[in-house]
Ligand binder design. Structure first.
Ligand code: GUN
Length: 296
């Protein structure tokens, strides 16, 4: 194995440490405690694990955590009413509605009801537009975490060829905007891309975010490239459940210059960036200086 392993777990712990320090300063100097409200509809087991983890880490960095667990048959009107109440609550600086929502709820309408200034997921149409036009916005957590790791590893990203495999609103598209913002030459590839292997081999930075276990083998990786694996896929192997990424780690690590592992790469950065966004939102709404290095 030749690649440097990018340790997302350690990086996320550093980010949380920076957030905690800044939160303490907000409390001491301004009497402000950032608050994050997480809304979950139904009892999807994976979502429950995420929500529990978010609540725990929110409290650990000194913020207030508010959890709203609603029954799976919650009426859309009731969910929208809750969001409007949270929008108006000065103790709540960040609002996250856990996705996916049950089918009877209109996710776009729900997300676009969140006050954009409190939209710590960066999914509101206003934040999407602000990011796309290079203006100050709330940035989706997973791509923000990827950007932080890339900047840390490379210093400047200017002029590098970045290929993102996956065109989701949550990762692929905002990742492309962020890398463009850092002056990369960006390609978004996807399942219909012709000669995907060849496109990937041109990448100095290869971001895999397709949700297909080990889809990207080592021979799609340019020697020395930085590989960011956003996938978290649960598979059965040798009678055991195992977590794997969208990249075939063993073969890719032979060729890449640097690579994020799964688990322990991008995953831990997502919640760390959610906390960073909540802190950023609390600073902005109070007209205070934003934390350095924790925003795009
Ligand atoms: N479900 C899985 N990932 C996410 C995320 O980043 N934000 C929200 N709101 N829901 C999710």
């Amino acid at each position: 194995m030749s690649a440097t392993i990018i340790d997302g777990k350690a990086f996320a712990a550093r980010v949380r440490g920076q957030v905690a320090e800044h939160v303490q300063r907000l409390k001491d100097e301004h009497g402000i405690t950032p608050g994050l409200a997480v809304v979950m509809v139904g009892e999807d087991p994976a979502s429950q694990v995420y929500v529990r983890s978010k609540g725990k880490q929110t409290v650990e960095v000194g913020m207030n955590s508010y959890e709203h667990k609603l029954p799976i048959d919650t009426a859309e009107e009731d969910l929208l009413t809750l969001i409007k109440t949270l929008n108006a609550d000065p103790a709540v600086h960040g609002i996250l509605v856990q996705l996916p929502l049950p089918d009877h709820l209109n996710s776009d309408l729900v997300i676009n009801t969140i006050d954009p200034a409190k939209d710590v997921d960066g999914f509101h149409i206003s934040n999407v537009g602000l990011l796309g036009t290079g203006q100050k916005s709330m940035v989706p957590c997973t791509p923000l975490g990827c950007l932080m790791m890339l900047r840390d590893h490379h210093g400047s990203l200017s002029g590098l060829n970045a290929v993102i495999v996956g065109r989701s609103n949550i990762v692929g598209k905002p990742m492309a905007q962020l890398l463009l913002g850092d002056s990369c030459t960006v390609t978004i590839a996807h399942s219909r891309t012709r000669d995907l292997a060849e496109v990937c081999r041109r990448a100095d930075i290869l971001v895999a975010a397709v949700g297909r276990p080990e889809m990207v083998p080592g021979d799609w990786v340019k020697p020395g490239a930085t590989v960011i694996d956003v996938g978290i896929n649960r598979i059965e192997r040798d009678g055991k459940t195992k977590l794997v990424g969208d990249v075939e780690f063993a073969s890719a690590a032979q060729v890449a210059g640097a690579i994020t592992p799964v688990p322990g790469g991008v995953g831990p950065m997502t919640i760390a960036c959610l906390l960073a966004n909540t802190l950023t939102a609390a600073c902005r709404v109070n007209g205070l200086t934003e934390p350095q290095g924790l925003t795009a």
